[in-house]
Write a protein that binds this ligand. Structure first.
Ligand SMILES: Cc1cc2nc3c(=O)[nH]c(=O)nc-3n(C[C@H](O)[C@H](O)[C@H](O)COP(=O)(O)OP(=O)(O)OC[C@H]3O[C@@H](n4cnc5c(N)ncnc54)[C@H](O)[C@@H]3O)c2cc1C
Length: 574
């Protein structure tokens, strides 16, 4: 995958960009709505926000903000800076969700070279695309209650927008009101936590956190409190938000479970207006739904309590510098496929692509045992004149900061993906492994990037209170094939890319008919998505949706009980 140009950092002021947050009259189609009433009931926390690159455009249609050369230079310098993007309400990390693909309305820079004037010079005009018409900075449950009431009274669509990492545009929608939760930033250590209202439950070490806390914040907080707080790969992703609500995988998931497994309690405002606590003892149905049923569907989560694990050293193996020629990739992935079952049972998990691997093991094994179990990889690397590096890190967070973060820090470019969970039974015989390897190579051919994620909760003993597809539990790998898009890729070209990814993924779907995939990192056109994301849990989820959102105030693409492709809400989808 090509990375964006590095541009010298320009010391422009943050306040200049903030100045683009203007309170001006809304565009015509929304002008009849009385936004002032909502704004007064939420004490002035309603605002419009200019698209991220607004300041670069001399011409604009229906957006707030103004051309400003200095602010433009700042936006160009930070175009792929995920953590900076987190702070901008109108910013989406998958850039196509800032646009309306079907009409071509957009306000994007060329992410490969943000200085490329073709993207923003006159007569190109900056347009709102799928960026919500208004944002409400959520500070309390009553803000959410007011927004639900407003939506029911006016028919204005709502979306929940946190750090904007959603791959399927679920936190963007033209003409909508976005409940922006990123500034909910509290985090607290709970050394002896008992679920609210529960009796006879032994206290556990936990952390209570609001949705604006990212992995970057979480890992640092864990270090400061001498605990391990597992999570995902990219520092700017919210540690709860859509991650936990959709499932949430990471390098420690094999032994520590998914984000949804570790979520012990939610405080949530449901569309009926109630503020509820959901845990193993109360509102258990909602607890089940929030542990994997998907974000933006059952309510707005204000706070999550998540399990904290002891801070322990981890064994790490890394391999880098593999060539991308197909024979090398085949030989490398053969080692992964042949050893996945043994490695998962031994506690290993992590990340691989065609050219590199980072695997970790948090179990108390010696360095010698780690080397023995990774011998097939060492032998393979030696044949190519490469070395597998074995190290012990004092904690997952230290490993993350030194190894993973530099690899995954970049965000903020348009991307499409397709994915599949690979069940252990496909790894059982030499024949099934060979078939799997062929399918994997076919699925990845001609795409920008393939991730081989050993991030399934295979060795983790789960309770039966999560709603992710059970396919997660007996799978050894999650495969993701990705293609990047250009800033000016048209809707029909996007469709072609998405269909191409989907067709490639059929190689894996065909040999894993009972499996499924990850709700948050799937094909935009995932076939039979209800079965694929939730399996046998779907019917129960649909009932829970009706109970807590009978008026269907919340809706999103391929979410539980969604209104379907033809709904106006999805008019911008390619
Ligand atoms: C660069 C990148 C790296 C990623 N790495 C990983 C990874 O390592 N592991 C992994 O499992 N996933 C990963 N993801 C996927 C990520 O977990 C999902 O996209 C997730 O939905 C992002 O949630 P968000 O709240 O940060 O984003 P948003 O786009 O703001 O929200 C995503 C969804 O969650 C809903 N939502 C957000 N906050 C709330 C809330 N408080 N209450 C109710 N609904 C809410 C939104 O409505 C939307 O439907 C990655 C994504 C990207 C783009």
């Amino acid at each position: 995958m090509q990375l964006p140009l590095h541009i010298a950092s320009i010391t422009n002021t943050w306040s200049q960009l903030m100045a683009l947050m203007l309170d001006v009259n809304v565009t015509s189609s929304l002008a009849t709505i009385n936004w002032d009433n909502l704004n007064s009931s939420v004490n002035g926390k309603l605002f419009q926000y200019a698209p991220f690159a607004r300041a670069c455009f001399k011409d604009a249609e229906g957006v707030v903000g103004a051309y400003d050369a200095n602010a433009c230079a700042f936006a160009q310098a930070h175009y792929s800076d995920g953590q900076y993007r987190d702070t901008i309400p109108s910013s989406y990390q998958g850039l196509q969700w800032e646009t309306c693909s079907s009409t071509g309305e957009s306000c994007l820079l060329d992410w490969m070279n943000p200085l490329n004037e073709a993207a923003f010079a006159y007569p190109k005009a900056c347009q709102q695309g799928s960026i919500p018409a208004y944002f409400l900075e959520v500070q309390s449950a009553s803000d959410v209650q007011d927004a639900f009431k407003f939506s029911v009274e006016t028919g204005v669509d709502l979306v929940v927008k946190n750090t904007g990492h959603e791959f399927q545009g679920r936190s963007a929608r033209p003409g909508s009101l976005a409940l922006w939760t990123k500034n909910l930033q509290k985090i607290a250590y709970e050394p002896a936590w008992i679920p609210t209202g529960c009796e006879d439950i032994a206290p556990r070490t936990a952390v209570r956190l609001e949705p604006g806390i990212t992995f970057n914040d979480l890992y640092a907080f864990g270090e400061a409190n001498n605990v391990t707080l597992p999570g995902g790969s990219t520092p700017s992703v919210s540690a709860t938000g859509g991650y936990v609500l959709g499932g949430g995988h990471g390098g420690l998931s094999n032994t520590a479970g998914l984000g949804a497994d570790r979520a012990l309690e939610f405080t949530v405002v449901v569309p009926t207006g109630d503020v509820l606590i959901a845990n193993a003892c109360q509102n258990q149905d909602l607890f089940f739904a929030l542990r994997g049923g998907g974000g933006g569907t059952f309510g707005v989560v204000m706070e999550t309590v998540t399990l904290a694990l002891p801070r322990t050293p981890i064994q790490v193996v890394t391999l880098d510098g593999l060539s991308t020629d197909v024979n090398t990739t085949r030989a490398f992935w053969k080692v992964l496929v042949d050893n996945s079952l043994v490695w998962a049972n031994a506690g290993w998990g992590g990340y691989a692509a065609a050219t590199s691997l980072q695997y970790i093991n948090p179990l108390p094994i010696s360095e010698e045992d780690a080397q023995t179990s990774m011998q097939p990889l060492t032998d393979f690397a030696a044949q190519l004149g490469l070395t597998v590096i074995h190290e012990q890190y004092e904690s997952f967070a230290v490993f993350y900061q030194q190894i993973l973060e530099p690899l995954y820090a970049i965000s903020g470019f348009p991307l499409s993906t397709s994915s599949r969970l690979l069940p252990a039974q496909n790894f059982e015989t030499p024949e099934s492994r060979e078939e799997l390897l062929d399918a994997l190579l076919n699925a990845s051919a001609n795409h920008s990037l393939t991730y081989v994620f050993a991030t399934t909760p295979y060795a983790y003993k789960a309770d039966n209170l999560t709603s992710v597809t059970p396919a997660w539990r007996d799978s050894l790998l999650l495969i993701e094939v990705l293609d990047t898009l250009e800033y000016n890729t048209t809707a029909s070209e996007q469709r072609e890319v998405i269909e191409g990814l989907s067709k490639s993924m059929d190689f894996l779907r065909n040999i894993t008919p009972t499996s499924g995939t990850y709700f948050s990192e799937s094909d935009l056109y995932e076939p039979d998505h209800e079965k694929s994301f939730w399996g046998a849990n779907y019917e129960k989820l649909a009932e829970i949706k009706l109970k807590y959102d009978p008026l269907h105030v919340l809706d999103c693409w391929h979410c539980v009980g969604w209104k379907g492709r033809s709904d106006q809400a999805y008019s911008c989808y390619p």
